[in-house]
Design a protein around this ligand. Structure first.
Ligand SMILES: [Zn+2]
Ligand SMILES: [Zn+2]
Ligand SMILES: [Zn+2]
Ligand SMILES: [Zn+2]
Ligand SMILES: [Zn+2]
Ligand SMILES: [Zn+2]
Ligand SMILES: [Zn+2]
Length: 508
């Protein structure tokens, strides 16, 4: 299970789940019991709509035939330890006949476990590669019996999309699959909006795996080994659209080096509200492969020295010839998105790898106000904003920026244009919402915000700044709502003794 094959089977299942709208939390998830590592779940996913956890077991190759009861029971036990009620048992082969009754038994205990075998997995991958996320999500929700709780699901948002233009279907050989589409980036938490202009570039590359073997360097007379045998290997990428060798730290080189083996032999892709540009090969790469070979040969020259019969130091050089460098060449197409979002007066461009969604260039990632990581887009002005500069409408929950939202000066709640409160402070005119507009001046009967009122010293009524009557007692200012209240206080004050006066001035 720790083989490379096993890893890629787990990755396939994880990708199907994330294309179905579930979030892959851990891969694998280690299960502990009283601090002891007792096993693992190959994938741990969560449904973002209901926070339901789903444990996954992936079985690719087993020495003993097909997965049997012991494998199922072990998996069920891991789910039990973690108190997870939903499980997926994915197997690259068929499974033992005993699975059906084991599934029934778990069902009685309130646990839903579904089994996916290779045929089903291939069918689900087809949905994923052809961007039929709605079918995928539906499949899992129905099979597992997880409701979507009325929140927006991928299915809803795809259905809500403006009618998409269906264009040509492009065939592409050796294409690294498209798993991320022209949807808004994952970091944006707004409910759906769609891209305005999207191009899927299918770019041709050669992945050149090379290796070079050096025999040991030996003393010409004694045959003593002066330098051990050596093996050099690496990967170089040739961009066939541009006719050049890429630098090793180029992000395309890194991605291709990691993913070229996942290329699918022949994938048709249909334009659905986007355009496909299959980039022409301007060069078959032969000359460049030869250049790689000579480069590798010239970069790897070995030297060793020894003492000859006259005790003089002699240097022995071992240089490789270009044709001693062996190469394994894979031609692959890498899908890259160029997507434009037009929001309010803003135009944002994003380019990213369609296989893993990694960004190449992204004009949406920073908050327009403070440059921190974007979390939302204001639906009124189209600005990208961070968590701090987002303000939703308290009534309709629409997403706004702090500039477009109207805020209540008291409780700081935000409101959109159509739900903007009609009441405001009689002194400063700032907005006060229905919860905060209950403070009225006893004199003018106007609504007053927290900064523009006092309580009358004598009767404690609310009085606005415009109607406060103020008088100092031993340098302490006292505020009153009316001449009557002032007079009452004054009389009391004057009839008090010296100590009483001080008390009255400094305490209420
Ligand atoms: Zn910000
Ligand atoms: Zn705004
Ligand atoms: Zn609103
Ligand atoms: Zn308020
Ligand atoms: Zn005010
Ligand atoms: Zn007033
Ligand atoms: Zn008063």
């Amino acid at each position: 299970m720790s083989s490379k094959q096993g890893d890629s089977f787990e990755a396939r299942i994880a990708l199907i789940l994330s294309n179905s709208g579930f979030v892959v939390k851990e891969q694998p998830h280690i299960v502990y019991l009283n601090g002891d590592n007792v096993g693992d779940l190959d994938v741990l996913a969560v449904d973002p709509n209901t926070s339901t956890l789903i444990g996954v077991s992936c079985k690719e190759y087993l020495s003993s035939n097909v997965p049997g009861s012991q494998h199922f029971s072990h998996f069920a036990q891991m789910l039990e330890y973690e108190n997870i009620k939903y499980g997926i048992f994915a197997s690259a082969t068929t499974v033992a006949n005993t699975f059906q009754s084991l599934i029934e038994y778990q069902k009685q205990k309130g646990k839903t476990i579904i089994v996916l075998t290779e045929d089903e997995i291939k069918q689900l991958e087809k949905f994923a590669f052809s961007n039929q996320k709605w079918e995928l999500e539906n499949y899992f929700r129905t099979a597992l019996g997880i409701e979507s709780k009325g929140k927006t699901t991928i299915g809803h948002s795809i259905n809500a999309q403006k009618t998409v233009f269906i264009g040509k279907t492009v065939e592409c050989e050796n294409l690294i699959p498209v798993q991320f589409w022209n949807t808004p980036p994952a970091y944006i938490k707004n409910p759906d909006f769609t891209s305005d202009d999207a191009v899927l570039r299918l770019e041709p590359f050669l992945v050149v795996k090379y290796d070079l073997h050096f025999d040991p360097i030996r003393h010409p007379r004694t045959n003593e080994i002066l330098a051990e045998p050596m093996y050099v290997e690496g990967t170089k990428i040739i961009d066939l659209g541009k006719g050049k060798i890429l630098d090793e730290d180029d992000s395309i080189s890194e991605h291709l080096g990691r993913y070229y083996q996942n290329a699918v032999s022949n994938t048709p892709i249909t334009e659905k509200g986007f355009t496909i540009k299959k980039i022409e090969t301007i060069d078959n790469g032969k000359v460049l492969v030869n250049r790689i070979k000579s480069q590798v040969a010239s970069e790897n020259v070995r030297r060793a020295d020894y003492l000859d019969g006259k005790q003089e130091r002699v240097e022995k050089v071992q240089a490789a010839k270009a044709d001693e460098v062996h190469t394994l060449i894979h031609k692959v197409y890498l899908p890259i998105w160029e997507v434009i979002f037009k929001l309010g007066g803003n135009v944002y461009k994003r380019t990213y790898f369609a296989y893993d969604g990694d960004s190449i260039y992204d004009e949406m990632k920073n908050c327009k106000i403070c440059k921190k990581q974007t979390s939302y887009v204001c639906v009124e002005c189209g600005s990208t904003v961070c968590d701090t500069h987002e303000k939703g409408c308290r009534i309709c929950s629409i997403v706004l920026c702090t500039k477009c939202a109207t805020s209540c000066v008291d409780c700081k709640s935000g409101f959109c244009k159509s739900h903007k409160p009609k009441t405001s402070c009689g002194v400063c005119n700032l907005i006060l919402c229905d919860d905060c507009n209950t403070r009225l001046c006893v004199k003018c009967n106007q609504i007053i915000c927290p900064s523009h009122y006092e309580n009358c010293e004598e009767c404690t009524s609310v009085v606005c700044e415009n109607h406060i009557i103020s008088k100092r007692y031993i340098a302490v200012p006292k505020k009153f709502c009316s001449d009557e209240c002032l007079k009452k206080y004054d009389t009391d004050y004057n009839s008090s003794g010296k100590l009483g006066k001080i008390k009255k001035a400094f305490w209420r």
